[in-house]
Design a protein around this ligand. Structure first.
Ligand SMILES: [Zn+2]
Length: 103
């Protein structure tokens, strides 16, 4: 799995555990969202040099899934610093979370 796929998986796990009470496995909804997000990452036309999705110009997510993943990231993003500091810092650095546009 590439860095972004791992980051997305970790974020969805944090979100699901907090909101849906999942212990180990994701609930059906979140598992579906993760499968969708990873499929988008693997099919991304930019390949391994892709920008992170929040900076991407293609916007390959469907609107409904895009809204869901945004909610997950808004919740899990700050919490990633505690659970997965290395992933989080690399992700934040690449998405310029601290200095850039935060839509
Ligand atoms: Zn869930």
């Amino acid at each position: 799995m590439n860095l972004e796929a791992r980051t997305v998986a970790a974020m969805i796990h944090i979100y699901c555990r907090a909101h849906h009470g999942a212990a180990q496995d994701l609930c059906a909804d979140c598992a579906g969202l993760l499968a969708y997000a990873q499929e988008r990452i693997f099919k991304c036309p930019f390949g391994i040099d892709k920008p992170v999705c929040s900076q991407c110009t293609v916007h390959c997510y469907q609107p409904e899934q895009r809204e869901r993943i945004k909610v997950v990231m808004r919740y899990a993003g700050p919490r990633m610093l505690w659970r997965h500091p290395l992933l989080a810092i690399r992700h934040l650095y690449r998405s310029r979370y601290f200095g850039g546009r935060s839509k």
